[in-house]
Design a protein around this ligand. Structure first.
Ligand code: ADP
Length: 488
């Protein structure tokens, strides 16, 4: 099949979180399976240009109809880790993608509505007729709407659309002027069955548009699929997902083991496998050296996370002090676009600055993340909600035992050492239910106790996690089946 991914992110070039990893990993898996895959992304000024190979302008003068004018774009082509990527550069006075950030501006809905229109206009003008267009999150929710309301009659009648919801917290709720600017007539679209927001009747919801208009809708774990359909984690889209339930399902994300794999990782101090697990501890020493932590017989507990309320920032904070009190070391790599959360963690960093057992790195650093996964003994993920979560699956590949909340994709991938029903050789971490300090402590206490008192059993948990296959192999096949299904 010929598949075009239209996405706001793709690792390692333009990555904010798991969405970037997923688009990269899934695209690569689909190629390995013999499909032809191309990606269309915005050409952000803040991308990792050092990770793009052979970037060059391939289409000059792509004129995109927008806001009763024609906006001038150029399209660049380059390989991002071997994937064929087209980057749309907008020269409009609105300066859509030269803001030094990926998201977080007041006009994000407009920036990505423009990107959606530009991506389809590019496909039309470049004569691209993929079997499937796969779009991701609210930023590309308008793609299927534009395709079926406009481009279908305009030369793009072949493609079918698969749409993946990565996080329902962000839905692209905005005014109907976005539709007019994109060239659509708002009148037939602004109603309950189509794009009208379920909470605010005077607003439209781009993610809802994506759900209504796509041929198939997926989300990133089966558990999250239920949570967003039947609980307030749907943030108002429960009814829409229920109505469209016949074309909706959860597919657990995979991890790209070409990127996240201690046997071949170029970013860690010493490579290792399940058979050379002792070498993991060279990474622990390297992590200590990097952050000037003392060398002592203690476990290192790590966190690699966006510092967002979704990720349970108050529980992350609590886990630092709890772990230090329980004789552990703590390493955090995290960043937040929210100034309140950021300031809070900077104060915390100041406060803990002289502690030889703790380091907070308040930054986004892709390479450093690898060393933390490799050098830590455990990783804490106390999320309020978690659509899938990749960090627990990555950690397990590195023999780092996850301590997680029983929610979303975390619940589908981490099985409690003490309480799960599965056989012992499938248990791989520690899980707690209640989103509060006591819940978190109940799991951390057991994990730390196991590390100190029963190291052989702790090691079994490490190897159980390493052995489990969370690669893209199975989800890649699931997505192929979905594509075949919608083609038929
Ligand atoms: P989300 O998409 O909600 O952020 P996921 O667990 O699905 O969460 O994916 C997070 C991805 O982002 C992982 O690859 C993780 O290693 C990476 N990541 C998160 N925070 C940072 C950071 N501060 N520096 C480097 N990588 C990070």
């Amino acid at each position: 099949m010929y598949i075009v991914m239209i996405s706001p992110e793709c690792a390692p070039v333009a990555k904010v979180g798991g969405l970037g990893d997923v688009v990269q990993g899934l695209s690569r898996e689909l190629e390995v399976r013999g499909n032809s895959v191309e990606l269309i992304l915005p050409k952000y000024d803040c991308m990792r240009y050092d990770r793009i190979w052979g970037l060059q302008k391939t289409y000059s003068d792509l004129w995109v109809p927008y806001h009763d004018q024609w906006f001038h774009c150029d399209v660049y082509f380059g390989f991002a880790d071997g994937l064929k990527c087209f980057f749309i550069e907008s020269h409009s006075y609105k300066n859509f993608f030269n803001r030094g950030i990926y998201y977080g501006d007041h006009d994000d809905p407009e920036r990505f509505a423009f990107f959606s229109r530009a991506a389809l206009e590019f496909m039309k003008q470049a004569d691209k007729h993929p079997d499937v267009i796969h779009c991701h999150d609210w930023q590309t929710g308008l793609v299927p709407v534009l395709l079926y309301e406009m481009y279908k009659f305009n030369g793009l009648s072949h493609p079918r659309v698969c749409y993946t919801l990565h996080n329902l917290k962000h839905q692209g709720v905005t005014g109907d002027f976005i539709l007019r600017q994109s060239g659509l007539d708002p009148a037939p679209l602004c109603n309950q069955e189509r794009l009208q927001d379920n909470f605010n009747p005077s607003a439209i919801n781009l993610m809802k548009g994506g759900i209504v208009y796509s041929n198939f809708v997926t989300t990133v774990s089966p558990r999250y699929a239920d949570e967003i359909k039947y609980s307030d984690l749907g943030y108002g889209l429960q009814h829409t997902l229920y109505v469209h339930g016949g074309k909706f399902g959860g597919v657990l994300n995979g991890v790209d083991y070409n990127v996240w794999n201690p046997a071949i990782d170029p970013h860690i101090a010493c490579r290792y496998t399940i058979d050379t697990l002792e070498d993991k501890y060279k990474n622990k020493e390297a992590l200590r050296n990097r952050f000037f932590l003392r060398h002592d017989y203690k476990p290192i507990i790590g966190v690699v996370s966006r510092l967002d309320s979704q990720k349970g920032v108050e529980l992350i904070r609590h886990s630092i002090f709890y772990a230090l009190n329980q004789g552990c070391q703590f390493v955090l790599l995290g960043s937040s676009p929210d100034p309140d959360i950021n300031n809070h963690f900077w104060d915390l960093k100041d406060y803990l600055n002289d502690n030889p057992d703790c380091h907070l790195e308040l930054d986004y650093n892709e390479e450093l993340a690898h060393l933390i996964y490799a050098g830590s003994d455990m990783i804490v993920i106390p999320s309020a909600f978690e659509p899938c979560g990749l960090t627990q699956m990555i950690a397990m590949k590195y023999g780092t035992v996850p301590v997680v909340r029983n929610i979303g994709g975390l619940a589908s991938t981490v099985f409690d050492a003490d309480y799960d029903d599965r056989p012992y050789n499938e248990r791989n971490g520690y899980v707690f239910n209640d989103y509060n300090f006591e819940g978190l402590e109940s799991a951390l206490h057991r994990a730390i106790g196991m590390w100190y008192s029963y190291p052989e059993y702790f090691r079994e948990l490490m190897t159980n996690g390493m052995r489990h296959d969370y690669s893209w192999n199975r989800p890649g096949s699931d997505y192929e089946n979905i594509y075949h299904h919608i083609r038929e």
